[in-house]
Design a protein around this ligand. Structure first.
Ligand SMILES: Cc1cc2nc3c(=O)[nH]c(=O)nc-3n(C[C@H](O)[C@H](O)[C@H](O)COP(=O)(O)OP(=O)(O)OC[C@H]3O[C@@H](n4cnc5c(N)ncnc54)[C@H](O)[C@@H]3O)c2cc1C
Length: 434
């Protein structure tokens, strides 16, 4: 007997499980499928899971700030038990350094004022007092470590930073996905793991279902591509790439995991910390460790890869990122053994995601999350459910974009912002900052 659902979600990462929840809460029968053994085992498992309100666009900021409230109220949002416990939101706040290159954060402050998001401007003295272990030397733009001026002061010390209290990180991104899976199951969704979608089937010009492992057909009038770094492959299977102005591809990234300098209690006193001059961002990790990610400075070559064939070992990039942070934290040791994760971003042409329908009726996508959408997953689940419900009821989202109300920050956004057909958004940072 062939099974039939109202919707099939391809991918059970943090975004796929959130969309399964959103659709199940609207009363649809939902099947989530993933080729890995459990929810959140794909790129979500390597996420730094930072929650922050600053992006380069006003909609990006509003949604990023809104996400803080979902994580703060995580148990109430889920309204379901998980035998593994719940992921924890560490609301430590985020600090960004002001520098000449980022215009001393004037545009970020303007965006925060526009949406009403709280922030505090800290002088250099306040940064040194409150952020353990850092110096405020100016290094100019990020550079390769073999550049003769690497680590050399490039101007007067930085004047301070901006602190955002509504931010932090989620301690276990894989567990957060599992929480969403359990909440979706409580709302009636089903999940199957260790099965790969190998074909998207169509009938009479609309989607009819998927084929699993080349052998089993499952039917549904709605199929959603949430395949993370495999998004382009799934869109190719569905034959919808030609109808997209924005494309996606997989980008390899290394995240370093190092002990905090001796005497620095970064785990309990530290914040999420963005430093455009050294080109890294960091956050606390258990065991008084520091996670170091890259802000993708222009001097680093981008490693576009096949998501089914890439190097999972650390390279020289790992040492580069640690040395970059060591400029800002001079007492940081450079461990001889590399620890951390090597994972993939699913990057769109303008580093802003695509949350949209496609030219194939019934086929939708939540892709191109560009290393910056973990935080937004619970909102994306609700947004996609609204969008799919409207389109399936006959609404022309391409012509008249569906809007979505952000209930905590009380602001309405047009989902046309995330259209596959948009022109490249030139306001974007074209980096992980979105
Ligand atoms: C190193 C790193 C650091 C990051 N840091 C942050 C951060 O600090 N803050 C933030 O907000 N965001 C961050 N992100 C981004 C964030 O983690 C992602 O946007 C998010 O996890 C994407 O979730 P997803 O569900 O779309 O994708 P994934 O978690 O990749 O899930 C996709 C799933 O699809 C499955 N799949 C693929 N093809 C098939 C198929 N044919 N059949 C069945 N299943 C299939 C895969 O197995 C996978 O499980 C980071 C990402 C990375 C990689």
């Amino acid at each position: 007997m062939r099974e039939t659902f109202d919707a099939i979600i391809i991918g059970a990462g943090v975004i796929g499980t959130a969309i399964a929840l959103g659709l199940a809460r609207k009363g649809l029968s939902v099947l989530g499928v993933d080729r890995l053994p459990a929810a959140g085992y794909g790129s979500t498992s390597g996420s730094c899971a930072i929650v922050r309100p600053y992006y380069s666009t006003v909609d990006g900021c509003a949604i990023g700030w809104e996400s803080h409230f979902y994580w703060r109220d995580w148990a109430a949002f889920l309204d379901a038990d998980d035998e593994r416990g719940l992921a924890r939101y560490v609301n430590c706040g985020c600090l960004r350094l002001k520098s000449p290159a980022n215009g001393y954060l004037k545009s970020t402050i303007g965006l925060m004022d526009e949406i009403g998001c709280p922030y505090e401007e800290w002088s250099g003295e306040q940064v040194l007092e409150r952020m353990p272990g850092v110096v405020l030397d100016s290094f100019g733009e990020a550079k390769p470590v073999d550049d003769p001026s690497f680590g050399q002061p490039a101007g007067p010390p930085l004047p301070g930073g901006v602190f955002f209290p509504d931010g932090g990180y989620v301690n276990d991104p894989q567990l957060a996905s599992h929480n969403l899976q359990r909440a979706a199951e409580t709302a009636g969704a089903r999940f199957r793991f260790r099965v790969a979608v190998t074909a998207i089937r169509t009938t009479n010009g609309r989607v009819a279902g998927v084929t699993l492992d080349g052998t089993e057909d499952v039917d549904a009038p709605v199929v959603v591509n949430v395949a993370g770094p495999h998004s382009h492959k799934i869109n190719t299977l569905a034959g919808v790439v030609e109808g997209m102005n924005i494309r996606t591809r997989a980008l390899r990234h290394e995240v370093c995991h190092v002990p905090a300098p001796t005497g620095v209690d970064y785990e309990n006193r530290g914040f999420v910390f963005n430093d455009g001059e050294t080109g890294v961002y960091i956050r606390p990790e258990i065991g008084n460790h520091i996670l170091i990610g890259s802000e993708d400075p222009p001097c680093d070559e981008r490693q576009w890869v096949d998501p089914d064939d890439f190097d999972r070992d650390f390279t020289e990039q790992w040492r580069v990122q640690v040395m970059r942070l060591a400029q800002r934290m001079p007492e940081l040791g450079i461990p001889s053994r590399s620890k951390g994760v090597v994972e993939l971003y699913d990057v769109s042409d303008d580093w802003i995601p695509i949350y949209d329908k496609s030219d194939l009726p019934g086929f939708y996508m939540a892709v191109g999350t560009s290393g910056n959408q973990f935080k937004n997953a619970p909102i994306v689940g609700e947004m996609m459910a609204e969008l799919i419900e409207a389109c399936e009821a006959g609404h022309d989202h391409d012509d008249d974009p569906v809007s979505f109300h952000l209930r905590y920050v009380d602001r309405t956004v047009s989902l046309g912002f995330y259209s596959r057909r948009r022109a490249i958004n030139r306001d974007s940072s074209f980096s992980v900052l979105g």
